[in-house]
Design a protein around this ligand. Structure first.
Ligand code: F6R
Length: 252
């Protein structure tokens, strides 16, 4: 695991965009796993800027988003489809056929989960998976207790997660109760992973996930077992890490 601690959230976002763009420059046909949420807005803004300046192109990039709510239209302003187009896809040269987001409106949602797993396999798997972390340690929408062996599946969202995401819907009652998410197995099968977190509210869960026991109660703790994990935090999110942790760890 490599950890980079940035002074500010903006610097965290810039560094993450830098790691992603380095990869796209070296390997323009990268398959990216993408996340949504507040943490991703900054990195996507920097990626758009790099594209506008001609530094990177997404013409040969394939993307797979981690998750989508069940039962809301892609056009709904709080859907993850909408988020991705608003913050990234609308502003870059990605080909529409190369964008993959689970269909939360599918009639047969179990078949949709299978289709999604197959699509990831057919594209040769994910090269670089970008992750945020929920206050309860979720990655994607894999809530505490999710077995590590799961692939794409339907999940009942916890009250913590619905409350945290109420800001995108206006009220907690409007937040869907279910989502489709890639499973922990899909995430762990990615060839490399970037985990990002900012702000004091994430400090405790970051410390638990990165230095506590690997347990299904903290889904992100499984990332300790990934051989190519880069963690990018701001100072606040890193503030509960054990004091001596960085003595022998790589901090850029
Ligand atoms: C969203 C996702 C979630 C978020 C997490 C953090 O696609 O997969 O795991 O990354 O809930 O969300 P923010 O960044 O809004 O705190």
């Amino acid at each position: 695991m490599r950890i980079y601690v940035a002074d500010t959230e903006d610097e965290m976002a810039y560094h993450a965009a830098g790691v992603i763009s380095d990869r796209l420059i070296k390997y323009p046909d990268t398959t990216l796993g993408l996340a949504t949420g507040g943490t991703m807005i900054g990195p996507y803004r920097y990626l758009v800027q790099m594209y506008e300046r001609g530094i990177i192109s997404f013409k040969s990039v394939v993307t797979f988003n981690l998750d989508e709510y069940v039962g809301i239209e892609a056009s709904h302003p709080a859907s993850f489809h909408h988020f991705m187009y608003e913050h990234l896809f609308e502003h870059i040269d990605i080909l529409p056929q190369n964008v993959h987001i689970p269909d939360g409106m599918a009639n047969d949602i179990q078949a949709e989960c299978k289709r999604y797993d197959c699509a990831i396999k057919e594209h040769g798997g994910i090269d670089l998976q970008i992750l945020g972390i929920g206050l309860n340690g979720h990655i994607g929408f894999n809530e505490p207790g999710t077995p590590f062996g799961t692939t794409t599946h339907v999940v009942d969202l916890t009250e913590t997660t619905r409350a945290a995401n109420a800001r995108f819907f206006g009220s907690v009652e409007d937040v869907p109760k279910q989502a489709v998410t890639m499973g922990i197995k899909n995430i762990m099968q990615s060839r490399s992973i970037i985990l990002m977190a900012s702000g004091e509210a994430k400090a405790d869960i970051i410390a638990k996930a990165l230095t506590g026991p690997v347990t299904q109660r903290v889904p992100a703790s499984v990332l300790q077992l990934h051989p190519q994990l880069t963690v990018i935090l701001d100072r606040q999110a890193a503030s509960s890490m054990p004091k001596d942790y960085f003595d022998c760890s790589f901090v850029a």
